[in-house]
Design a protein. Structure first.
Length: 233
């Protein structure tokens, strides 16, 4: 009996030792997880800063589509692009004045079998002129816009990919919210975030809730509902 009790005591000590080791391992694992999360967050911060710097360097740029391009082997210079761009702008905008550019050129290499003209990117000398063109892009719907020219902002490749991902997520949320408690009434994309504005059916109160790029990786991210979630709109 004494031998059995001694053996049981040894087993208990072994179990306790293993339990202590497991707790120590779990603690170390948690510390490593927190360390990894900190590194991951730091990487995101650096990527965001890099992307933001590149986007800032492009803030005076605009990209134009459907501006006719020289056919065949004829080479188009920057001056040719600028002259064509100014001609299109003067036809579609009123009171546009003497807009000046630092650089104007086509994007990409010319292809012999291309159906559409290459894009034109223009760096404006004045940020005010650039804002005037983009803010009054409704003028491009006029009948004078015979070439159906369009204009868009110039973002870095990373930002374009993020905005596309956010936009697709927002469209999914819009589609699935039709019969949900909250109805999406407006979708607004901001830098690395999608903001969904929705209405509470019971009170007709509008709310606005923001979701990050990390949030939308989770299935059903837009179905999370809390009584006071978001901010009143």
């Amino acid at each position: 009996l004494i031998a059995v009790n001694k053996e049981l005591l040894d087993v208990k000590k072994s179990v306790q030792y293993m339990s202590d080791k497991l707790d120590e391992s779990n603690e170390n694992l948690e510390q490593q997880r927190q360390h990894f999360d900190n590194i991951h967050n730091r990487i995101w911060e650096v990527q965001d800063k890099t992307r933001d710097l590149e986007d800032r360097s492009r803030r005076d740029n605009l990209v134009f589509r459907n501006i006719p391009e020289a056919v065949g082997e004829e080479r188009e210079t920057g001056d040719d692009c600028e002259r064509k761009l100014k001609s299109e702008l003067n036809r579609c905008y009123t009171d546009i004045g003497g807009i000046q550019f630092e650089r104007v050129h086509r994007l990409g290499r010319k292809k012999k079998d291309a159906v559409h003209p290459r894009l034109i990117i223009a760096k404006f000398s004045s940020h005010k002129d650039r804002q005037f063109v983009i803010n009054n892009s409704k003028n491009l719907s006029k009948k004078e816009n015979t070439n159906k020219m369009t204009v868009s902002e110039d973002f870095s490749e990373d930002t374009v990919a993020v905005r596309r991902q956010l936009w697709n997520a927002a469209k999914t949320a819009q589609h699935d919210y039709e019969d949900a408690t909250y109805i999406i009434t407006h979708v607004k994309l901001v830098y690395r975030r999608v903001v969904l504005s929705y209405k509470n059916k019971s009170s007709d109160t509008f709310f606005s809730r923001g979701y990050s790029l990390y949030d939308i990786q989770k299935p059903g991210w837009y179905t999370v509902k809390t009584k006071n979630s978001g901010q009143r709109y």
